[in-house]
Write a protein that binds this ligand. Sequence first.
Ligand code: 2AM
Ligand code: CA
Length: 268
Amino acid sequence: MRPAIINIMDGAARKAARSLVHDFNEVEHLQISRKGPADFVSEADRRAENIIQKELSSAYPQFSLVTEEAGLIGDDTAEDQWIVDPLDGTTNFLHAIPHFSISIAHVHKGEILEGIILDPLREEVFWAAKGQGAYLNNTRLRVSARSKLSESILATGIPFLGREGKEEMMAVLPLVMEHTAGIRRFGSAALDLAFVAAGRYEGFWEFGLSSWDVAAGILIVREAGGLVSEIDGRNDPLGGSSILATNGSLYDPIKHLLQQGLKNRRRS
Ligand code: 2AM
Ligand code: CA
């Protein structure tokens, strides 16, 4: 039985997804319009955010809510908080690349209790409730059973424009390239985490993400049997400056590989 709160999160995410899909179909036409698509996409983002906020706060008015666009809405001392990313993969959306998601997490006194990540175009809903497992639609999720680094696929997010972390990325990439079956850069951190939970790739790492990018995904990976921490092993991937999510058996080898790369950088 799905918890009632997951049904509310699912309803909010699906309603926002319909709005995003509608807007996504418009984006292509906008590439040639005078105004350009960037303003349109932030409008799409805001529309989705408003829908989610309205749905969640009418069901749970006492919760506060944090999003990228609006910041904190409601009482900052509330014990329960929603952490929402209404459009993760904004750059993909802007370029009409069909890979983006909606992410919603419920945090109670700092602990992530439920999370949902919805892929509107594939109609895949990844969700988890603490202690009750992770699911893709109605099917139980399990991280990948692969235990050889040489057979593993890792996803990441590569810094761009003014973002920090380019040197760290340059330091770790050669080792990951050398020792794994491949690297993917798909552009939605939330979906990357969902894919780790679904066993589609063995791990994901990224520097400098925000809580709304990862909150739901952290729980979904853990409930699917994976391990999530910061890259240096510290245990605050929600508030920390980096994230590493892997299946159980490759957590240590992948962490070692990334740390080795970062150490090489400090030495040079
Ligand atoms: P977004 O699409 O919601 O902005 C890409 O590497 C991932 O990084 C996406 O999940 C993207 O989320 C996220 N991200 C986090 N901070 C970002 C920033 N300052 N600029 C762009 N993408 C960012
Ligand atoms: Ca995001």
